[in-house]
Design a protein around this ligand. Structure first.
Ligand code: A2P
Length: 257
């Protein structure tokens, strides 16, 4: 049996000249947990060319959704960015990943910190009922260079609070904190700075980060992961995994360089 499903592209959205997203059909037997990633790609010269992509769509959705950068000379994204409705796409049957609520100890506030396409896994988690059951506040943080790169901002701010299933929980618990580094915006600066100085918690009216109560999920570029991990360790937060839940979990955003 093949390790890949063949799905069909249902819609494509170009956010900027560096960023796009698309939706596909979903094979009924494809199962995943919110926060996970899977391999996706295209058949090139008869062989699958695959990269890891986090699922943007929650695991109960009828369609799959993915967020991608466009790299002009990237082996996959140089081709993927030309996807059209009706095209075929390969989707790996074995999703995996560490950004799972079960890998975290129960706690007070959950911070989901993503840079660039590192937002993707948090979109599925922001629609997961288990997340709202376990935490008082869920802080969805997205750091980008420009406001145009704040993908899904409209959905987060205007659609999620009216979600049929989770609207009430979302209105009570979800706080969205977009921040931009290279132009003026209502929040400006790198996530590491805003989180580390306490400015983020203060802007949101939350108590300062407390390692014994607050939890963090992180997804972004290797430089961001390295800097934020140093910061969290300095605050005495411990990394969690499936054997031993902890106070933070981490995943690299799988971008092509
Ligand atoms: P900056 O504009 O200061 O580089 P990219 O599009 O390059 O992946 O960046 C996405 C966002 O992540 C940008 O706002 C960028 O800020 C920020 N960023 C890049 N490196 C780091 C880092 N080491 N720590 C925190 N934020 C970072």
């Amino acid at each position: 049996m093949s390790a890949l499903f063949e799905e069909e592209v249902l819609s494509v959205r170009h956010w900027t000249d560096r960023l796009f997203s698309f939706t596909t059909t979903r094979s009924p037997s494809f199962r995943y947990e919110n926060g996970q990633f899977t391999m996706i790609g295209l058949a090139v010269n008869g062989k699958p060319l695959l990269r890891a992509y986090s699922l943007v769509s929650p695991n109960y959705a009828d369609e799959l959704e993915f967020l991608s950068i466009k790299v002009a000379d990237g082996p996959l994204t140089s081709k993927l960015q030309h996807l059209k409705v009706g095209d075929k796409i390969l989707v790996g049957k074995k999703p995996t990943g560490t950004l799972l609520v079960d890998n975290l100890l129960p706690g007070r506030n959950l911070y989901m910190l993503g840079t660039g396409t590192g937002l993707a896994p948090f979109m599925s988690l922001a629609k997961d009922p288990a997340v709202y059951e376990r935490f008082d506040k869920i802080v969805l943080v997205h750091g980008c260079r420009t406001a145009a790169e704040l993908a899904y901002a409209d959905e987060i701010e205007n659609k999620l609070p009216n979600d049929e299933l989770l609207g009430e929980e979302i209105r009570a618990k979800l706080l969205y904190y977009p921040t931009v580094t290279r132009e003026d915006f209502r929040h400006r600066g790198r996530i590491t700075h805003l989180f580390g100085t306490g400015q983020m918690a203060s802007d949101l009216g939350l108590a300062p980060i407390d390692a014994t109560q607050d939890r963090v999920m992180i997804c972004g570029s290797p430089a961001f992961l390295s800097d934020i991990t140093t910061l969290l360790k300095g605050m005495s937060l411990k990394e969690g995994n499936s054997n031993e839940p902890g106070s933070y979990v981490i995943e690299k955003a799988f971008v092509e360089r």
